[in-house]
Design a protein around this ligand. Structure first.
Ligand code: SAH
Length: 225
């Protein structure tokens, strides 16, 4: 899949996108992520893309024209499944949403800044608005990174053991069971015996029971779902 991220701070995302799983997924051709500096689409000579809000309130607002020009030029190249705007008043991001977006061919993620973007862009060009939580960030870049990471991670082949993505927390409304690795005894802190028993079926049963117990205790709201 292809992800186009529109931002005034491409440098902020550059390093992140080259590292680890998301970097490897791109090298393997599973994901193709492009950063676009919104200032390249500025219409003013000083490359500014914001202006004072109508109505006289405080803060600055990102203007329509640079955003429209950038999105229009991308749309001229290919068909986009979604044009996403990161926004605290958007739909709360979730694992099902990440799974669903991972099936898309092409998506755009627009990062806001300052007070946000001119509302007409949201009305006319944005197809989906996503929040990563009930708090306000200074810009949409971290939200775009969160979305891209979660989406790319579930593309088959992105993480080594495919089974692993499916057994993560939230994939089945259950939190993940605890995990352990060698040594079996560290300073007297022992790995549960069952995991060393070699009884495949009983181990799976133990993991499920742990997942259910942890979910009931830590996230009772998921059980209700
Ligand atoms: N005035 C806006 C907040 C602007 S914050 C409001 O009250 O809703 C500046 C930008 O940061 C936003 O346009 C958005 O793109 C991004 N942002 C901030 N918090 C976010 C969150 N929780 N989820 C996703 N994007 C967020």
């Amino acid at each position: 899949m292809r992800i186009d991220i529109i931002t005034v701070l491409p440098e902020l995302l550059q390093g992140f996108l080259q590292e680890s799983i998301i970097g490897r997924a791109q090298k393997r051709g599973l994901a193709d992520i492009h950063l676009h500096n919104l200032r390249d689409w500025a219409v003013r000579r000083d490359r500014r893309i914001d202006d004072y809000p109508y109505g006289g309130s405080a803060g600055m607002v990102m203007q329509c024209e640079p955003i429209d020009r950038c999105i229009t030029s991308l749309k001229a190249e290919r068909r986009y499944d979604e044009v996403i705007f990161t926004s605290p008043d958007g739909q709360q991001f979730s694992q099902p949403m990440a799974n669903q977006l991972s099936l898309a061919e092409n998506i755009i993620i627009l990062c806001g800044h300052y007070k946000g973007i001119d509302h007409r862009i949201r009305e006319h060009l944005i197809t989906r608005e996503i929040s990563i939580g009930d708090y306000v960030l200074t810009g949409g870049e971290l939200a775009a990174a969160v979305i891209a990471d979660a989406v790319v991670r579930v593309i088959p082949g992105a993480i080594g053991d495919e089974q692993s993505a499916l057994s993560d927390s939230f994939q089945d409304d259950l939190l993940a069971p605890p995990v352990y690795t060698r040594p079996a005894d560290y300073k007297g802190w022992r790995v549960p015996d069952i995991l060393l028993s070699g009884h495949e079926a009983r181990i799976r049963e133990w993991e499920l029971q742990q997942a259910m117990e942890r979910t009931a205790r830590l996230r009772p709201d998921l059980i209700k779902k």
